[in-house]
Structure formats: C-alpha cells, structure tokens
Design a protein around this ligand. Structure first.
Ligand SMILES: Cc1cc2nc3c(=O)[nH]c(=O)nc-3n(C[C@H](O)[C@H](O)[C@H](O)COP(=O)(O)OP(=O)(O)OC[C@H]3O[C@@H](n4cnc5c(N)ncnc54)[C@H](O)[C@@H]3O)c2cc1C
Length: 657
C-alpha cells in the first residue's frame, strides 16, 4: 500500500497522512493511546515486517470487545514496544511505505487483527470495505451515457438520510438522473431528527461511516448526534447531491403504471401543495427509525393532562428542571436521555418492562485521545485496520455468541456455552456497578440471552442515574395512564408533571404511512399484511422497478453498521439499473419463487439466533411475532449476495416496439 494522500482519497475528510518527524518520546506517548489489536498488523502492512505478528500477541477472539482487546499488561507493553521500534524505523527510513503485500501476507495481517482463522473468503470484501488503497472501490464501473445513450431513465429517491444520500451519489457517478424528496428541511434523516439529549451512535465511527468518506480525525469514538448530522451534511455537499433534494416534501403515494412502465410519485410540497413526479424507478430510503411508537395499548393513553414528549420528537424548550417526570420505557434512547433528565428533574420515575443488557464501554462518551488521533493521521493504514477490527468484533466475529446451540440446556437465559460465558461476564459488570444496591440489582439484570434485544452501551452512567436519590426504577406493570400520572398494577400511583415516552419507533411498519401500489394496483401494505418481506431487503415481487434501502431483514442486533447494508444495497440497485439499461428493458422485478425461498431461509436462520429463539419482546419482531427486522447471516454473505445481481433471479419486461 502506498500512503493515502489527498489526491488519491475519495474522502473529503482525509487530507493526507503526514510524515513522521516526532522524537521517540513523543511517539512512545502517542502509542500509550493506541487501539492495540490493529496496531501491529497495520505496522506489518506499512513496513513489510511480518515478524511483528507474533503468535503470543494474537488477540483472543472471545475477549476482543473488552478494554485493550483483552490483552494482559505484559502483552500491552510488548505490543507498544514492538510498535515503537517499527514506527521509529519507518520514520528514520524517510516514511516510505513498503510495497503492498501479497494476498497471503495480507490474510495473515487480517487474521492477526482479530485472532481469526480461515478468513480467506473475507479478503476481497475487506480490501473493498477498508478502501485502504485510497480509491473508491464501490463506485459504479459504468455510465448511462456510454451504456445506453438512446435510453431515457429517471429515478425518484424518497428520503435524504444516510441511505438516500448514498444512492444519489452512486446514481450521479453512473450518470443516471434522479430527484430526492424528503419531508425534512435538511439531509441526515435520523441524525437530523433525533435531537434528544445524550443521543449518539453506538457503533464506533471508524465503522459507522461511508467506506469512501472515511475520517481519521473523528472527535469522539461514538459521535453525538450533532457530529453525525454535520458529517452527513458535509458528505451531501461533497458528493454534490444536495441540489437535487426537494426539502419539505412528504411523499403520500407511489403508483405503478403497467402501460407506461413508470411510477407516479405524489407528494405534498413545502407550501402544502399537492405535486407529482413520474419516474422509471423509485428507491425508498425512508429508514426504519423515524416514526415514533407510542404505548397506545396502555389504558388511558392520551388522557394525561400534563406535558408529554417522545424521544423522537424532543422539544428542548420544554424544561424538565424541577418537574416530576415519569418515563415509560428503558430502551436504547431512554438510557441515553434519562441521565440528563435525572440531573434536573425533582423526581424521575422510570418504568421498565424488560431490562436491557449493558455493554461495558468505558470510552463511550470520551473524545478520541490526542495520541490516537495522531496515530491515525500519521501511520498509514492504521485507521483502516482499526475499522476492520471494529467491523469484525461487532459483526461476524460476534455472531457465534448469539447462535442457538440446539443441544444447550437452558432456562431461557442463554443459548449456548459462549452465550452463557458472555452472560456471566456481563453479570459481573452489573454486580460491580450496582454493588451495595441489591434492590436495584434484582431489577436490572436481564433474564433473557445476550443478543435477544439490542444491547445498550454503558460507561457507568446507568447505575449512577438509578442510584440517585430523586430516581426510582419501577418494574411493575402500568395499569393505566391517568390525567395526573400513572397507576401501577399494584395500585401505586406516580403523579407527574411530564410523561416521557422512551418507547422507540414503529420499526416493523416498513414504509408507512406511504402508500405504494404496484402491478395490478396491488397495495404494498395490504400485500404485506403487517409482515414486510423483500428479497435481500431490496426487491418485492409485484413491484417492478421499486427498491428499498434499509428494508425488511437488513437490520443487525450486535451493533454492526447500517451504513454497510446500505452500501451493499445501493450497489445491488445500481446493478439492476445497469441491467435495465444494458438490456434496453423497461422494468425489472424479482421472481416470487426466488423471493419466497430466500425468506424461508431467513426465517429458519432467525429462529436459530438468540433474537428469534427467545420469547422476550423486542422491536425486531412484528405484530405477528416474525423477525422482520434482522439479517441473521454473516455480513460477508450480504456482501457476496449483493455484489452483483443474478439476472436469473429477476424477470425483465421490454417496451413495446
Ligand atoms: C437514536 C438512534 C441511534 C441509532 N444508532 C445506530 C447505530 O449505532 N448504528 C447503526 O448502524 N444504526 C443506528 N441507528 C439506525 C439509523 O437509523 C441508521 O443507521 C441510518 O441513519 C438509517 O439511514 P436511512 O437513510 O436509511 O434512514 P433515516 O435516517 O431514517 O432517513 C430517512 C429519511 O427519509 C425521509 N422520509 C421518510 N418518509 C418520508 C416520506 N413519506 N416522504 C418524504 N421523506 C420521507 C425522512 O425524513 C428521513 O430524512 C440509530 C437510529 C436512531 C434513531
């Protein structure tokens, strides 16, 4: 690999990797802040010195998610010492990177980074995902003007969040005209909207970022909402797609015309005027997590006379200081905003239906230390190897721990030996955090397997919040909401000035409230009947030229990145557009038998994972109890299956001549 310089990097955020001039003592200090697992592999890559990859310094894959990747103090010291020697040699040699390694050597580096074996299948994915040669490996290799200059084609993208921006970028690279409609006033979707206090991503940003818009200088390991909002704004500007977005436009419906082989998309514009636009293709990039879910099933919902607020519709002007606050729900968002609410409220009653597993994350709120940022900016490929380490430990490397072992005897709290091991490690964390508070401990330790619901990152703040004298955690069932507060099943009444809803989103009601009418006027929501399905999350039989991003079964439980799924999905869609153009076809539609067989496999595999096996309630299951949210296979498989569309999976229609 050569040094990524600004000229060869597609990223607006990478301005080149600078030469090293610092003295040994400064290098040594920077290395104290290093992420250790990717350090020696990156230096082996940089210097060609494979002797850095010592067997005794391979991380234990089971301990990768622990601080310092589970290395002992001695191992940490040895890694830093070897790294210092290597960096000094690189500096003294004039900062000239070694020639790119052969595949065999690269594989050893990758396997060493995560303590893995037999990972050859990952090599092409990782070369592309890491983009460490600086190029944009996912850019379309074709252009509409060259491929089919005689064909007019147009696309409407609904949504200008992370997925919509990406789709627009790739279409523009391919020379395919498009329009984006978004109901909001700016790009960013989730990261524009979710403005509650404490909102931040729970996937480290080196992974939660576009592969072609990497940053070496993320200010936080886990960015707060504002940093991500700005990131997506900057990406939209850099990709030059903002000028194609019509803001303030809410799409009401999309209707397919078989005769014209086009979609008519109807929407209300920013002035409230009804409009429509016709296009050959519609890409739904409406997300899953932007329609708030309210606990309407609780008796008396809506009767409370005081103020109410959902985390998805936070009103900063509603002061909670000195107020009696009740919060319904202890999901991921609630655990982010409640510590802030607790600081000001006079009393805070938190009602919990199911306790979340906490993932110990000491650096969750921390800024990236100066030394580590320096390393990312000066040691070529280190940032990329770190991205791979995160990708693995929060993705395929963690999958075995949530897979059900049919032979495992369980009381419902674990699904295999590794799952039990994870449970015990986390219980130890709870024991330490809630030491001396047996009353809380018996309420906060989950009784379902790790991975059956999304884990919540914690750096001690949850225990500190629950231990506050003004905070009460209640686990009894809420019998009803009254005009003045809530009444529990045991008759206890909690009076309130404000009720907060930490009850999540209508995630499984994909694409609602938009109406989509496909071939023969079939309504998508009637067709789904509450049980959304698609082929690879993208294509639905009966809905030609209609594609979804972040669609059914493209979510993850163990904290991978949705950006990865959208990058794969966008490439797949672009591939289908290429197919249309190359074949001079007017529409492309997935075959029903292919779609059905795929979904059968998905269902069988989801049932064999902690989240499908466990009866614990979660937003991954729809009202019918089917897991409509999650991708149960490896991330590698999604990449392999979406890398190139197989034309035999689809039916093409051709214009009448
Ligand atoms: C609090 C929170 C934390 C999260 N943390 C993570 C994380 O750590 N890791 C992770 O991978 N994911 C996380 N997610 C999921 C996150 O939603 C995705 O990562 C990502 O933002 C999805 O992007 P998207 O563009 O597909 O959808 P969104 O970001 O939801 O964008 C959808 C866009 O479509 C627009 N839209 C919707 N309906 C219409 C309509 N009818 N007409 C016009 N416009 C419409 C919306 O206005 C919005 O701009 C989190 C989500 C939330 C809410």
């Amino acid at each position: 690999m050569t040094t990524v310089d600004a000229a060869s990097s597609p990223s607006p955020f990478v301005s080149g990797v600078s030469s090293i001039t610092e003295a040994d003592a400064e290098l040594s200090e920077a290395l104290m802040a290093a992420e250790l697992a990717p350090l020696l592999p990156a230096l082996a890559y940089l210097t060609g010195d494979m002797s850095l990859l010592r067997e005794t310094l391979r991380p234990d894959p089971l301990l990768l998610n622990l601080p310092f990747s589970g290395y002992t103090d001695e191992q940490q010291a040895e890694i830093r010492s070897l790294a210092l020697d290597a960096v000094v040699r690189y500096r003294d040699g004039g900062c000239v990177p070694s020639p790119a390694p052969c595949d065999e050597a690269l594989l050893r580096m990758l396997e060493h980074t995560v303590g893995g074996e037999d990972m050859a299948d990952y090599l092409p994915l990782l070369e592309e995902e890491l983009a460490y040669k600086g190029e944009d490996r996912r850019a379309p290799s074709w252009n509409a003007d060259e491929l089919a200059p005689d064909v007019d084609i147009s696309v409407v993208i609904v949504g200008a969040g992370m997925s919509g921006i990406l789709a627009a970028h790739r279409l523009q690279q391919a020379g395919v005209p498009f329009t984006i409609l978004d109901k909001n006033d700016d790009v960013g979707g989730t990261w524009f909207e979710a403005a509650y206090p404490g909102c931040r991503v729970d996937n480290p940003n080196h992974n939660y970022s576009y592969s072609s818009a990497q940053r070496h200088d993320w200010p936080f390991h886990y960015s707060p909402q504002g940093v991500l909002r700005d990131y997506f704004r900057q990406c939209a500007d850099h990709f030059d797609v903002r000028r194609f977005v019509q803001f303030g436009c809410t799409v009401q419906q999309s209707v397919w015309s078989e005769a014209d082989q086009t979609w008519t998309v109807s929407y209300t514009d920013a002035d409230g005027t009804d409009q429509s636009v016709t296009a050959n293709i519609v890409i739904s990039a409406v997300g899953q997590l932007n329609r708030p879910r309210f606990p309407t099933e609780i008796e008396g919902f809506g009767s409370f006379a005081g103020e109410t607020m959902h985390s998805a519709q936070w009103r900063p002007e509603l002061s909670l200081a000195g107020k009696r606050v009740v919060c319904i729900g202890t999901g991921a968002s609630a655990l982010q905003f409640l510590p802030h609410v607790a600081e000001g409220a006079s009393t805070l009653v938190i009602t919990q239906r199911t306790a979340p597993w906490l993932a110990p994350t000491p650096d969750y709120h921390e800024t990236v230390p100066e030394g580590l940022r320096w390393l990312y900016g000066h040691v070529p490929s280190y940032s990329e190897f770190n991205r791979f380490a995160i990708f693995w430990r929060m993705g395929d490397g963690a999958l075995e721990a949530v897979r059900v072992d049919p032979a495992w005897e369980s009381d419902g709290s674990s699904v295999s030996m590794i799952s039990e091991f994870s449970r015990q490690m986390l219980v130890e964390y709870f024991n330490a955090e809630f030491d001396g508070r047996a009353d809380l401990l018996q309420k906060v330790v989950p009784n379902y397997p790790v991975g059956a619901k999304r884990m919540v990152r914690d750096n001690g703040v949850w225990a500190r919040t629950l231990k506050r004298p003004n905070v009460q955690l209640v686990t009894d069932r809420i019998a009803r909401i009254t005009t003045t507060g809530i009444e529990m099943a045991d008759g206890t009444v909690h009076e309130a000035d404000v009720i907060l809803y930490g009850t999540g989103y209508e995630a499984s009601k994909f694409l609602t409230p938009m109406t989509v009418k496909g071939r023969d006027g079939v309504d998508l929501h009637e067709h789904w009947n509450g049980d959304a399905r698609a082929y690879l999350g993208v294509a639905i039989p009966g809905f030609p030229n209609f594609f979804c991003l972040y669609g059914p079964n493209t979510n993850i439980v163990i904290n991978g990145s949705i950006i990865y799924f959208s990058e794969c999905g966008v490439r797949y869609i672009l591939n289908l557009v290429e197919l249309l153009l190359a074949q001079r076809a007017s529409s492309v539609e997935v075959r029903a038998d292919v779609h059905d067989a795929f979904n059968e496999r998905v269902d069988a595999e989801n049932a064999a994972m902690a989240w499908g096996w466990s009866s614990v309630s979660s937003w991954y299951k729809n009202d019918l109890g089917r897991v409509s949210q999650n991708w149960p296979f490896t991330l590698l498989e999604y990449w392999q299956r979406t890398k190139e569309a197989d034309p035999s999976d689809f039916q093409l229609s051709f214009p009448e001549r």
